[in-house]
Design a protein around this ligand. Structure first.
Ligand SMILES: [Zn+2]
Length: 409
């Protein structure tokens, strides 16, 4: 049985499947109607009573009791030197059994929106009504976070070094520690990011739709945008999927800002996911929310053809027509103006903030509505022909460690 099937099926699993190593007293049963059982006679072991038997959740050498929330700390295996601040981890361990969902953010220390989404969900979920366990790691790269910086002390990108190695670079050791200490405990994982290098993204799921368990996972996020993306080597979501953990990236807005207009819908998407995974009390949403389905998109970047100052003329989420002007580049010396137009009709899923650009800079990310079926077909075709791999959040930093052009999440 795949992890995802396990995740979805767990609510209906047989009691035997729930046997664990550290039994504790189950929550007190409701007062029975009728005469009490004779003293000293154990109550009959009903299926319902056995299902309530849930053990503490062990993480980072701590035990979190059922029905409670606990704050833990994670440190990289070899530390990061003096002044190191541990990374906060919140575990919400439900009173009833269910899947372990991990919300990871702050792998890039300057990407704030996802940190706030993860924080909100981690604080609002009532552990006594939760089925399963929520692990929230909102600020994995504390070093970058305290400096409002994407990178690690050695200027490496942590999201290119998973699953890491025990004896590699700082980034690789940190990735190894986090992956083994935390990620391996997850049944499913959401990794929050934002646009990179002064770009902003409409809230959107990026996932490898060629993987059936991942595709199934993308169906849970309400009416969120979903884009196929094979991802780049070393990304957390790729390493997690390779280990059998369905994982996606959730892009939310721009780095270095807190954008409520993006944070709120992203938090709603996670609430929808937890309902879908049967982790939230069914009473709370019985007959309530309409069933929403994800919006699959096929997308590509539109690049500048001139150097100068980029000025956008469209907003995130705008629908654009073929040939519509998206923005322009003004050369501040020659005053020459070059327009950027939409090569096909679609929706603005991402865009560069107004800034100085060179020719070839990826400025506007335009998505075309597609069906889940079509998105999966195109994902498979792209996998067969690597030259057609989706190009997203292209990296154009001249001083980048690797100097390669690939997606950035
Ligand atoms: Zn990121």
């Amino acid at each position: 049985m795949s992890r995802l099937a396990l995740m979805i099926g767990l609510a209906f699993a047989s009691p035997a499947a729930l046997a664990q190593d550290f039994p504790v007293d189950p929550p007190r049963a409701p007062t029975p109607v009728g005469p009490p059982p004779p003293p000293l006679l154990a109550a009959p072991a009903t299926e319902a009573a056995t299902a309530e038997l849930i053990t503490p959740f062990q993480l980072l050498d701590r035990f979190v009791l059922p029905g409670t929330r606990q704050r833990l700390q994670w440190r990289p295996p070899d530390g990061l030197g003096r002044g190191e601040v541990p990374s906060p981890i919140t575990v919400v361990h439900g009173a009833r059994p269910g899947p372990v969902l991990c919300l990871i953010a702050g792998i890039h220390g300057d990407e704030l929106n996802g940190i706030e989404v993860a924080r909100r969900i981690g604080q609002e979920v009532d552990p006594t009504r939760l089925e399963g366990t929520l692990i929230v790691a909102p600020i994995v790269n504390v070093f970058g976070f305290t400096r409002n910086n994407r990178f690690l002390p050695d200027r490496r990108d942590l999201n290119r070094h998973f699953p890491g190695s025990r004896t590699g670079s700082i980034a690789s050791r940190m990735a190894y520690g986090f992956f083994n200490d935390v990620v391996r405990r997850c049944d499913a994982l959401v990794d929050f990011h934002t646009g990179s290098f002064q770009r902003t993204n409409l809230p959107q799921i990026r996932a490898d739709l060629t993987h059936p368990d991942v595709l199934e996972f993308t169906r849970g996020f309400g009416n969120t945008l979903v884009l196929h993306s094979p991802g780049a080597r070393g990304m957390l979501r790729l390493a997690a999927v390779a280990t059998g953990i369905p994982a996606v990236t959730f892009e939310v807005g721009a780095p270095q800002f807190l954008e409520e207009q993006h944070i709120a819908p992203a938090a709603d998407a996670i609430r929808a996911l937890m309902h879908r995974m049967a982790m939230l009390d069914s009473e709370a949403h019985a007959g309530g929310e309409p069933v929403t389905t994800p919006i699959y998109q096929d997308s590509s970047w539109v690049r500048t053809n001139a150097a100068g100052f980029l000025f956008a003329e469209v907003e995130l989420g705008d629908q654009v027509k073929l040939g519509q002007r998206l923005g322009h580049v003004i050369d501040p010396v020659s005053n020459r103006r070059t327009e950027i137009v939409a090569p096909f009709p679609g929706q603005v899923l991402g865009k560069a903030l107004n800034q100085q650009v060179l020719p070839g800079y990826a400025a506007f990310h335009i998505g075309k509505l597609t069906s889940e079926q079509q998105a999966v077909l195109e994902a498979a075709a792209a996998r067969a022909d690597a030259s057609e791999a989706v190009d997203e959040d292209p990296e154009e930093r001249p001083d980048d460690e690797a100097g390669r052009e690939d997606e950035r999440e």
